[in-house]
Design a binder for this molecule. Structure first.
Ligand code: GLC
Length: 533
């Protein structure tokens, strides 16, 4: 069970954090790409939504071969998004509205256009410049085989993680060839990233999301996975903890907070990253991937709380992000869980059902102890969009041989105004990804005027959430298929995933419900309610 916290618990233990995918949030200059001007103009919307912090996916100079997760300069904003001075203004303006900023640091790899990699290519085999990366001669009599058998970290990709160069060396990239992996055994790599952390903390950011946080350390011998699967040659290696302990001392100088992108199946291994002198928090992908099933969700919540308790870290609750199928679409499919390997084109979905469940899931996650992440457009109930094949940009699609639709379907530019061109995303140019027909129906202005909308539900729930705080959770007796728990003395959450309507436990006030109750006051299927006893 999570410990009861004193009143002055740090903000991040129970924050609602809104993920901004800048490219698709709002287009201030009308060129079809979202930008910092667009975010600044929409800060009042975010303040009204009531979020505590914004996490910006990478906004740095980048060739955008992987949506900005290919960084060419960690200390400058991509000109398509704005300038560093504008980012500083945005950080300050948000803070004035009570909203903190989290930036996304990508330590596992850089862009192939990063000065270090260009210098390494130019310097040739055996050079000190190449030691910052993983360069190796090829195998086989002619050196035309990759140096080892490691698989791509883009699930479903059949492409190699090594690219040969004309000079005989190959270089390692766990993602695309435009994202060469750094050598974290090299002191200059560590030094550089600690400097980058300081650079952003100096600019007033409150936290850092760490991309691919469990992949940085590599087996120095680059042994084949088939020969040495345990410890894994590049996932969750023990050397990582020393790196993050050192990062923590940097963050502590600024009262900064980390959230790690740590995808690990083993709860005990996961929790090691959350020890008191390492990362403050990490994304809860087990909960995100969990199917819409009462027993599975309850088990996931219990495991989450049990794994966090010994290290004293707060849990996080996430339903989707820029890599994951949109919640309303996923919950309307036959398989309501999430698995990269299972993504295909044309999976049928029932959006009315998915939306009902997503509304209930919003109340469930916002009632749990810890921090909650909301991905832009989730508060509008946006579905996953079908992107025409010739417009797909996500490398996951091409690298799967065309079988994986990729992640662009959850990255479509937001609809702001139902009556405006491009649903108010930006005035002039066609958005960088096409908005599907009917997108305007989801526009924020339309939803703001509708008390039954997803946006109205999120606003109301976030406003009431302090009632639930960062305290313990106690399960209440409930029929099969119903999740019921109390939080701070006197408030409870009930979610009905059973086929039949459920009686609500005794209460004095219905604080909020994700949908209408039955005429006889019972909670229908796929509906959640918040109650005061
Ligand atoms: C993370 C990001 C994802 C990116 C990958 C490589 O998983 O969330 O979008 O493609 O890292 O940087």
């Amino acid at each position: 069970m999570a410990q009861s916290r004193p009143a002055a618990a740090p903000w991040w233990r129970s924050a609602v954090i809104y993920q901004v995918y800048v490219r698709s949030f709002a287009d201030g200059d009308g060129d079809g790409t979202g930008d910092l001007a667009g975010v600044r103009a929409r800060l009042p919307y975010l303040a009204e939504l009531g979020v505590d912090a914004l996490w910006f996916t990478p906004w740095y100079v980048s060739p955008l071969k992987d949506g900005g997760y290919d960084v060419a300069d960690y200390r400058a904003i991509d000109p398509a998004f704005g300038t560093l001075a504008e980012a500083e203004k945005l950080i300050a303006e948000a803070r004035e509205l009570g909203i903190r900023t989290i930036v996304d640091v990508v330590p596992n790899h850089v862009s192939d256009q990063h000065p270090w990699f260009r210098a390494a290519l130019a310097a040739g085999p055996g050079s000190p410049e190449r030691e910052l990366f993983h360069f190796r001669p090829g195998r086989g009599p002619d050196g035309d085989l990759p140096p080892n058998d490691w698989p791509s970290q883009f699930v479903g990709s059949t492409e190699p993680v090594w690219t040969p160069l004309p000079d005989g060396d190959w270089y390692l990239h766990l993602f695309t060839p435009e994202q060469p992996d750094l050598n974290w055994a090299h002191p200059a790599v560590r030094q550089e990233h600690e400097d980058i952390l300081r650079f952003w903390f100096e600019r007033g950011v409150a936290g850092v999301r760490i991309d691919s946080a469990a992949l940085l350390a590599k087996d120095p011998a680059l042994t084949d996975l088939a020969d040495a699967p345990d410890p894994h040659p590049f996932v969750d290696r023990d050397e990582l903890h020393d790196i993050y302990r050192s990062w923590r001392t940097v963050a502590d100088d600024y009262d900064g907070v980390f959230v790690g992108e740590v995808w690990l199946p083993d709860p005990e291994r996961f929790a090691r990253y959350l020890r008191p002198d390492e990362l403050h928090t990490a994304f809860n992908f087990a909960f995100l991937s969990c199917p819409w099933d009462a027993g599975r969700l309850r088990a996931s919540i219990d495991t989450t709380l049990a794994e966090h308790a010994p290290v004293g870290a707060p849990a996080t609750w996430v339903l989707c992000n820029h890599d994951i199928t949109r919640t309303v679409t996923r919950y309307g499919c036959a398989d309501t869980g999430f698995d990269f390997a299972a993504k295909t084109f044309g999976t049928p979905t029932d959006l009315a059902l998915g939306t009902r469940r997503a509304r209930a899931a919003a109340l469930l996650s916002l009632a749990l102890p810890g921090a909650v992440y909301v991905y832009q457009g989730e508060e509008l109930g946006l579905p996953e969009a079908d992107i025409p094949l010739d417009r797909i940009q996500d490398p996951m699609h091409a690298r799967s041989g065309g079988t994986d639709p990729g992640r662009d379907g959850c990255r479509v530019p937001l609809p702001w105004e139902a009556g405006a061109p491009h649903a108010g995303f930006g005035a002039q140019e066609e958005p960088w990804l096409p908005q599907p027909a009917g997108w305007a129906a989801y526009a924020a202005d339309r939803q703001a005027a509708d008390p039954g909308s997803m946006l109205a539900l999120y606003r109301r729930a976030i406003a009431l959430r302090p009632e639930f705080g960062d305290g313990p959770l106690t399960w209440l007796p409930a029929p099969e298929g119903v999740l019921a728990f109390t939080r701070a003395p006197g408030v409870s959450c009930v979610v009905n995933l059973a086929d039949a309507p459920a009686d609500l436990p005794g209460h004095t006030e219905l604080l909020l419900a994700s949908g209408p109750l039955d005429p006889d006051g019972r909670l229908p299927k796929d509906t959640a309610a918040w109650l005061r006893a």
